[in-house]
Design a protein around this ligand. Structure first.
Ligand SMILES: [Zn+2]
Length: 322
């Protein structure tokens, strides 16, 4: 069985919004219906865990709603339900990471992390659950090094900024749409973001098809292992690179994204990297298209771990998580 962390309160009541909150429950239920996927509720991330990555002022703003501009910097209308919701989605990241260290693979049925910065949110991302989880595992001595593979359509600017001061973190963003100018069919063939020593990126050209994506992945994936073998891999399995997505300038089909996911999981398994994945973006107006793309990530994982995850994935004698 693969464990997927989900909680009904992931979905903050933000009204009609391009960020389809109800996709979490739809994906979770459909994943369970696949069989061999078990749902579990995560504990909420604590204030202390959040403040290892985010400023106290920003965390307090999201909790209290004041100052309002900061509390809504991720572009959700603030309500008292927002803070508990984002603590749960961040907690799901941490829970999935812990379990991946033990089982080899686990999922958090949550999204909205990679644009969040230390002192503000952006692009529907309030707190950076990936870095919050990585920091916590470091604190507990469960992971020394962590890698983040971001295959969302958009450049993971928040993750890159947070990685800059964390030499033990490696981040790779393979993106097809700039974030600041989030318009469809924008040309991002030329790289627009500066790499750092431990965060780098690659662009997908307009009209990128499956063959091209696989070739780019083949070249980029080994970069995650260049510096050191990470104790854990976080995978942002974005559904927004899909050609049906209103933001996507790419030509990727469901089959292409499923093959993308399968290759990532196979790479992780081959190199003994425990992997925890999150949903990331997906904005097709027909929510069933988004759900199908996220479900295909589950199908790809089940293909790579046909007998369920192993319990001996921790390769280097660090704790067994759990
Ligand atoms: Zn995105």
């Amino acid at each position: 069985m693969i464990t997927a962390f989900h909680h009904p309160d992931f979905a903050a009541p933000i009204g009609e919004h391009i960020m389809p909150m109800r996709k979490f429950a739809l994906v979770a239920e459909a994943a369970r219906a696949l069989g061999r996927v078990r749902l579990a509720e995560p504990p909420a991330a604590t204030d202390e865990q959040l403040r290892r990555v985010h400023t106290a002022e920003y965390v307090a703003a999201v909790r209290t709603g004041e100052p309002r501009a900061l509390a809504e910097s991720q572009k959700f209308p603030w309500s008292a339900a927002l803070f508990p919701s984002v603590c749960l989605t961040n907690g799901a990241c941490l829970a999935a990471a812990r379990l991946a260290l033990r089982d080899g693979v686990a999922a958090a049925v949550a999204s909205g992390f990679h644009h969040a910065h230390a002192d503000h949110g952006e692009g529907f991302c309030t707190f950076n659950g990936l870095v919050v989880a990585a920091e916590q595992l470091r604190q507990e001595g469960l992971a020394r090094t962590v890698a983040i593979l971001d295959l969302d359509l958009h450049y993971g600017n928040g993750t890159a900024a947070l990685a800059a001061s964390r030499p033990w973190l490696t981040a790779l963003s393979v993106y097809g749409s700039d974030y600041w100018n989030n318009t469809a069919f924008r040309d991002v063939t030329r790289q627009r973001h500066q790499d750092g020593p431990n965060h780098c990126c690659a662009t997908l050209p307009n009209g990128c098809d499956g063959a091209r994506l696989m070739k780019i992945l083949e070249g980029q994936l080994p970069k995650l292992l260049e510096r050191s073998k990470p104790d854990l891999l976080f995978y942002q399995a974005g559904a927004d690179p899909l050609r049906d997505d209103p933001y996507s300038p790419l030509a990727l089909t469901h089959a292409d994204l499923r093959e993308r996911d399968r290759r990532v999981f196979a790479f992780a398994r081959q190199h003994g990297l425990p992997v925890a994945w999150v949903l990331a973006g997906g904005y097709a107006p027909d929510i069933h298209i988004v759900v199908e793309a996220h479900l295909n990530t589950f199908r790809a994982a089940l293909e790579v771990w046909p007998n369920g995850p192993t319990t001996s994935a921790q390769p280097n004698g660090l704790g067994t998580g759990g």
